[in-house]
Design a protein around this ligand. Sequence first.
Ligand SMILES: *[C@@H]1O[C@H](CO)[C@@H](O)[C@H](O)[C@H]1NC(C)=O
Length: 317
Amino acid sequence: MQDIKKRNKSNNVIQTENKDRNARNSSSPNKMQINKNISLKILSRVVMTFSLLAVVYFSSKDDKFKTFAKQSELLVGKGLVVECSPSYVKDLDKYEGCFPQECKRFVTDKVISLREADELLAIAKKGLKLGGSSGGASILDLHSGALSKGKQFINIYKQEAALNLFDQNDFNIYRVVKEKIKYAVAHHFGVDPNKIYLTHPTFFSEITSKKAVTVHDEYWHPHVDKETYQSFHYTTLLYLGDYNIDFKGGRFVFVDEKFNRTVEPRKSRLSMFTSGRENLHYVEKVTSGTRYAVTISFTCDKHHAIEDPSINKYEIN
Ligand SMILES: *[C@@H]1O[C@H](CO)[C@@H](O)[C@H](O)[C@H]1NC(C)=O
C-alpha cells in the first residue's frame, strides 16, 4: 500500500513537470483560452485524485483480511504451515509421539458429512433450548453437562426437562464425529492417534448478535487456546452453519503479522490447528442470525483426557 501511494505521488510529479513544459512550449496566442484549459486540467486532476483516494481507501479496507477459506468453496484440504511458537515446542517436547510434523492450520470440507453436521446441529439446538446466555454467546458441553443459562451455567444432566433429551443415537453420532476428527488430526499433523486424547472443554457454541452481558459472551478478543486452556495441544472447530446464509459476521480470524486470514464457516467444514501462540485468533462479532459450531480439542497429556459423553451421564446424577 505504502509503495502504491509513493508511486502515485511520483507519477503526479512527472505529470506536473510535463504540463509545465507544455505551457512553456506553447506560444500563448490567447490567454483566456489557456486559463480555461488550465482550470479544466485542475478540475480533472482534482476528480482524478478523489477517485484515486477512493480506490486506495476501499481496497485498503479489504487488504486487512485475506480469505483463507471461502464459504462458497468446497475445500478438499487447504493448509498453511506456520512456525511453532517457542512455548508450544517447549511444552510438547515432554510428550512422545505427540509432536506435530509442523505447526499449521488445515481446513477441510471432506472429513465430516453434511448429514453428520446436521445431526450434531439438532443435538446442539435441543440442548441449548433449555438454556441460553443473557448475552450473545451460549455453550453446551455434553461432557461436563455445562449449559449457559442467563449469566451463569447449569448442569443439563440435572435438569428434569433434559431427562431422555439425548438418546443413544445422539451419543453415537457425537462419538463417530469425534473419532473421525481425531484421526484427521493424527493424519494431518503426523502424530500417533493413540497419543492424543480428547480434552476439556469440548463444547457446542451458539452465537447471536445479542449484546454481551458477561465476559463469557466476549468471544471476539484475540487469544491463544493453549493460554486460555492449558491442556489444549490441538484445537479443532467443526462448523454447523454457513457464513452469510445462516448468519452475518462471525468469521474466524487468524491474527498474523502482515494480514489477518479468515476462515468463513461452512456447514461441515473442519478447521484444525496447533493450539500455541502461532495460531492467535478471534471470532468476528456476529451481526445477525445464529452461528453454531463445535469446538473439539485434543491434548498430549493423558492426565487431561476426558471420556466420551454417554447415556450413563443421566444415571450418575
Ligand atoms: C489483525 O487483527 C488484530 C486484532 O483485531 C488487529 O489488532 C490487527 O491490526 C489486524 N491486522 C491487520 C493487518 O489488519
